[in-house]
Design a binder for this molecule. Sequence first.
Ligand SMILES: Cc1ncc(COP(=O)(O)O)c(C=O)c1O
Length: 410
Amino acid sequence: MNETPTDLIERRRRECATVMKTDAARAAVALHGTPVLLLDPSIVVRQYTRLRDALPFVRFHYAVKACAHPAVIAALAEEGCDFDVASGEEIGLLDDHGVLDGGDGAERVIHTHPIKKAVEIREALAAGIRTFVVDNETELEKFREHRRAGVRLLVRLAYRSPHAGSDLSSKFGVDADRAAAIVTRADAVGLTVAGFSFHVGSQLDDPARFAAAIHDTAALMTRLEVERGRRFTVLDIGGGFPVAYDRPVAELEEVARAIRPALTSLAEHYEILAEPGRILVAESALLVTSIDGLADRPDGRWFYLDDGLYGSYSNVLTEGVNPLVFAERDLAGATGPRISATLAGPTCDSADVITRGADMPELRIGDLVVSPAMGAYTSVTATRFNGRPFTPVAVLTPVRRPAGAMSRLT
Ligand SMILES: Cc1ncc(COP(=O)(O)O)c(C=O)c1O
């Protein structure tokens, strides 16, 4: 991790400048106006390739919840990536893209929400899905009627990471003793526990924590196998790979280096699954907004953008992300006076503030501002608060045409 925070901001500025200069980006802004999310599926494919290269023995199931856009699903499906769902709607989306078709279609999908309605389980089974996650006996009970359906259950373990962007084990998962009790109960009612899953926390910049969770899970599996004379077949290491929003974080290759030694030997005994979300999609989208209003208040200049915390910047609220925000004129390296400004969203709620103390040039109504790395937990967590429409997503599709030809905008 040699990049400094200044280097990162400069790299992100250059990335935004490169995209905003393209015909496709200009055409998208002309067509949709602002706000608009500019999505480049080739970046999703790039990230998937990096993950696969770094951990070739892991079967990656993209966590659809991070960005459910059809272009993302289509790009990953075509690359052979598998999927992780949390609802019937997500299963329907995969079905629309033919992911569930064919002999092994349903094997490509795992359902990892630890709490499900009975009807959701039935629908997932009807779609062919067989791998599910549980973390309590009540949930286990819901599978009892399906014990002859070839269901394989993973028991979700909790590894608290309060320093993660989202400490998912504060809501789901159990400790080793509770997990052992769930296995006992499953055995008693004739259900198959194939193994264990966990999520170390989303946006966790701590490869050692990830490695420790794998180590502890492997120790539990070995202990139960020895004590009970049984074999497990699956270890699911969840998601969590961090993204450099406003500061450098461990690159995915660095995280992979930390966890590879343990995983390499485990892969000889178990099928290793992962459920990455953010790392695959965050960098694939830029958000383009414009200045709708400005005001001088006792604490300085306020700029009001046409997207905010109840829209695409919902990642600020739900994920603790501090997004970078560049004035379009800064992308071209403009000089001139600077001000420290508050950037606020368009709704009437005082909580709708994207960032304070942003270093901005003097901006006018209608000026564009751009945020990089806006592909994960943005469009999917947006609301229609204040009656505002969802921000459209424009797919920038580079097409193989002679140099100078225009990219296609879909
Ligand atoms: C069960 C589960 N799997 C995978 C993910 C994706 O995690 P990330 O985006 O941190 O990779 C999440 C995120 O909330 C999750 O809840």
